[in-house]
Every structure is written in structure tokens, then in C-alpha cells.
Design a protein around this ligand. Structure first.
Ligand SMILES: [Zn+2]
Length: 326
């Protein structure tokens, strides 16, 4: 049965309680196998927690009420860490069930489990909780590679759509090279889940307004969720396309975030040999960047304060409310 409330790592919330929401950020990330890297710096939990608490408090200073961490199960997801962080910082944090795309995920077990079992696993993590923690997932991560969706990814996305249909939680996606968003919409709606229960993530990975507009036209949320990652796209291009989407009548389909990471598990190879080096490479890739630099750019481009709040408050609220039972 569909849920009646949004599930956070520390309890439940109503859509109206979310406030300004970052829909795609990370606290901890480690690629599969990170724990095998004996040469990596040791993960210092207390230091990582202190750093994350500081960053959450800075975000609260920017009026952020909810932080969504769609870390896949196979990328170092740590629900206990997130719940403790939420308690210490006062930030509402939502975590996810669901797995990463084939090329970068830990696929062996899920490759061999049938679709019904994977659906049941996702539903259990939403309804009963993750492992023995009692912490419930509040959304499902889906992920596809490029240039096409693999059979493995198709199975997992379909399982996720079925679990979303049962529970009512939203689907938050990863796409590679801003492609296959339409395949994701096809698979999700094919299982009877409306497109507005899906955020097609990383749709800002190419300067392709037609692609972004076509996703919005089908009713899905379009993720401009890598602000600050100048490696993939300059922010000027992201801002230009957000303004164009708004002008084309799709303001209500735009979601903004950074895909930022607070602490790294192991080494962020192949991007850099240390997380510090990666942060030095991307000085604006921080979870506060939208508030410091991007909102002023949008305002300069003619967007009203109210329209900015539509993106930061109303759109996440509608995404998380879409599947709830009334
Ligand atoms: Zn991410």
C-alpha cells in the first residue's frame, strides 16, 4: 500500500514540511571495492561526521530544510551515519534503496536475482527498513549507463518502478552522458508509475535544451543536479537552459542540486588520487554553491524570487508527494 508520509532517516515528514530541498547530494560515497584498497587513507568516522555536521549547518543557514542523498546500496550507502548526522545537525535527510548502473555498480548478486526478488528487496527497505537498522528508505535510486540501457539495468529499473508503484516513493535517477532519459520514462510509466514520480537525474550533462525540454514535456522532472561540476558543463550553460525551460513553460519540472560529496570512502580514482585533490580540481563543487552563485545568476537572468522558490521548494515537494496515498 502506498505510504501516506515521506520517510526520512529519522522519521516521517509531510510534503509541506520539506522546505528548501536539495534533491541529489551525497554525504559518503565509495566505489564498489573501495574497502579493498589498503593503500587508501583510512576512513575516520568521527572526523567525517564533524565535517558533515558543519556542512549541514551551513546549508541550514541558507534555509535548506531537507537533504536527499540518493546513494545507491552498492556505493557505500550508510543509513546509520545519515541518521546520526541528521540528529546532530538538525537537517532532515532522506536516503534511498536501489542500485547503481552496471559498469560502475556491484552487480554480481543482483545480476543473478530475479526481478521479483529485487522488487521485494526494495519494498522491504522502504516498508521495514534497511538491514537491522529500522531506518527506512524514502526514495528509490535507478541508474542507466550509455549509450544504451543494458539488460541488467532494465531489470533493476523495472523492479524499482514496481516498488515505487507499491509504496508511492519517488524514483531518483542517474543517467550517463545525459542520455537514456526517455528509456527511463518508458520503463517507469510502462509499470504504471506516472512520469511525475520520476526525476531524470544528470540531464544537465550536455548542452541539449531539446532533450531537456522533451523530458519535461512528458511530465518527468529534469535534473540540473550537477551545478559546480565544471568538468562536465560550465554552470553558465546550465543556467541558460534552466532559464530557457522556464520561458518555455516548464519551470515546474526543473530541479536543481550539485551531486556534491562530503566525504569519500577510499580513493576517488580515476578522477583523482585523493578526495582533497578532487575538491581542489572543482572549487565550486560544494553543496552551498547554488545559494551563493547560481540563484544570483538566475535572478540576473530575469527569474523572480518566487520562481526560484518554485524550483527549490515546490518542485521537490510535488515530486515526493506524487505517489503518496491521500
Ligand atoms: Zn549522485
Amino acid at each position: 500500500m502506498a505510504l501516506t508520509k515521506i520517510q526520512t532517516t529519522t522519521g516521517t515528514a509531510t510534503p509541506a514540511e520539506l522546505g528548501r530541498t536539495l534533491v541529489h547530494e551525497h554525504v559518503l560515497v565509495g566505489f564498489p571495492g573501495w574497502e579493498l584498497d589498503a593503500k587508501a587513507p583510512k576512513f575516520k568516522r568521527a572526523e567525517a561526521m564533524a565535517r558533515a555536521v558543519d556542512q549541514m549547518q551551513e546549508l541550514r543557514g541558507h534555509g535548506v530544510g531537507t537533504f536527499v542523498d540518493p546513494c545507491p546500496m552498492d556505493l557505500g550507502r550508510d543509513a546509520v551515519f545519515l541518521a546520526e548526522l541528521s540528529q546532530k545537525s538538525g537537517m532532515r535527510i532522506i536516503c534511498t534503496t536501489g542500485a547503481y548502473f552496471e559498469a560502475e555498480g556491484n552487480t554480481y548478486t543482483f545480476r543473478h536475482l530475479p526481478i521479483e526478488e529485487i522488487t521485494a528487496i526494495y519494498v522491504q527497505e522502504i516498508e521495514q527498513g534497511i538491514g537491522e537498522t529500522g531506518i527506512k528508505a524514502g526514495a528509490i535510486k535507478i541508474a542507466t549507463g550509455a549509450p544504451t540501457v543494458s539488460a541488467y539495468e532494465r531489470k533493476l529499473v523495472t523492479a524499482a518502478a514496481r516498488a515505487a508503484k507499491i509504496t508511492g516513493v519517488p524514483l531518483i535517477s542517474h543517467t550517463q552522458d545525459a542520455c537514456c532519459g526517455h528509456d527511463q520514462i518508458d520503463m517507469v510509466t510502462g509499470e504504471g508509475v506516472p512520469a511525475d514520480q520520476l526525476l531524470v537525474g544528470h540531464s544537465d550533462g550536455r548542452d541539449d535544451f531539446d532533450y531537456q525540454q522533451s523530458l519535461a514535456a512528458r511530465g518527468a522532472y529534469v535534473g540540473f543536479d550537477r551545478f559546480g561540476i565544471s568538468l562536465f558543463q560550465p554552470d553558465e550553460v546550465r543556467v541558460k537552459n534552466v532559464l530557457k525551460l522556464a520561458a518555455a513553460g516548464h519551470l515546474e519540472r526543473v530541479l536543481m542540486s550539485h551531486d556534491s560529496i562530503m566525504c569519500w570512502l577510499g580513493r576517488p580514482v580515476p578522477y583523482a588520487n585523493t578526495f582533497e585533490a578532487m575538491l581542489d580540481m572543482l572549487p565550486e563543487w560544494r553543496s552551498t554553491h547554488i545559494f551563493k552563485k547560481i540563484v544570483p545568476m538566475l535572478r540576473e537572468g530575469g527569474m523572480s524570487e518566487r520562481e526560484v522558490e518554485t524550483i527549490l521548494v515546490d518542485n521537490p515537494r510535488r515530486l515526493f508527494a506524487a505517489g503518496l496515498a491521500h
